[in-house]
Design a protein around this ligand. Structure first.
Ligand SMILES: [Zn+2]
Length: 222
């Protein structure tokens, strides 16, 4: 069993000119770029030869409003056998061609597993991660109490927005520097302990997005 040679892989994975790809306006202002099933087939035919690859639907069904197929893709001369799922959500009035769309999706995923259009999936994943991160940030901001003005009482020390305890000077940090750091970084005045917690939360969100991205990349790579 050998994988396609580097040359064949390069030809399969080659990018399309931008004006030959298609875009779907997606959520949160990030467009999804894709190729059609026909483009994937043409790429396989051109690079491998029309009789050098096979695709068959092994199983199919409808589950929870989704038409799904399990397809098998083979390039016998390269010893390549790949199986992938394809899916298509049923429309509110199923038109009957959802199964065909699921099969096309499946074929595209199989082709992607040998490089065809893989770069688009990578772009899409990055865009999704960026959108998710942006949304997480927005939600974070919404959860926080609006900052109308810097608390600068003279008689009373400012209180931490989270634990409500008075912020006191600590080590080389003045009350003002602690408050300013909290407001500029987290949108609210925080004591050092709560500031550390907020920092940890922000770091975790970032890490989650990165892990999601890594997983999606691994899935895309098959
Ligand atoms: Zn606190």
């Amino acid at each position: 069993m050998s994988e396609p040679t580097a040359d064949i892989y390069t030809a399969l994975a080659a990018e399309w000119p931008v004006n030959e790809t298609h875009t779907l306006p997606a959520n949160m202002g990030t467009d999804l770029t894709y190729i059609t099933g026909e483009q994937a087939i043409t790429r396989l035919n051109t690079v491998l030869g029309f009789n050098e690859w096979t695709f068959e639907i092994r199983e199919h069904g409808i589950h929870n409003g989704i038409a799904w197929v399990l397809g098998r893709f083979e390039i016998p001369s390269q010893g390549v056998v790949r199986e992938q799922f394809g899916a298509q959500k049923l429309r509110s009035t199923p038109s009957g061609d959802e199964m065909k769309s699921a099969a096309t999706d499946c074929l595209k995923k199989c082709a992607m597993s040998v490089g065809v259009g893989l770069y688009l999936s990578h772009k899409e994943t990055i865009a999704e991660a960026q959108a998710a991160r942006q949304q997480a940030r927005q939600e974070n901001v919404q959860r926080q109490a609006p900052v109308t003005a810097l608390p600068r009482p003279i008689s009373q020390p400012p209180a931490c927005a989270d634990c409500k305890q008075a912020i006191t000077p600590t080590g080389r940090f003045t009350v003002e520097s602690i408050v300013n750091t909290g407001v500029s970084k987290y949108g609210r005045a925080l004591c050092l302990a709560c500031g550390k917690k907020a920092q940890e939360e922000a770091r975790l969100t970032e890490q989650e997005v990165r892990e999601d991205l890594k997983q999606a990349e691994m899935q895309a790579a098959g």
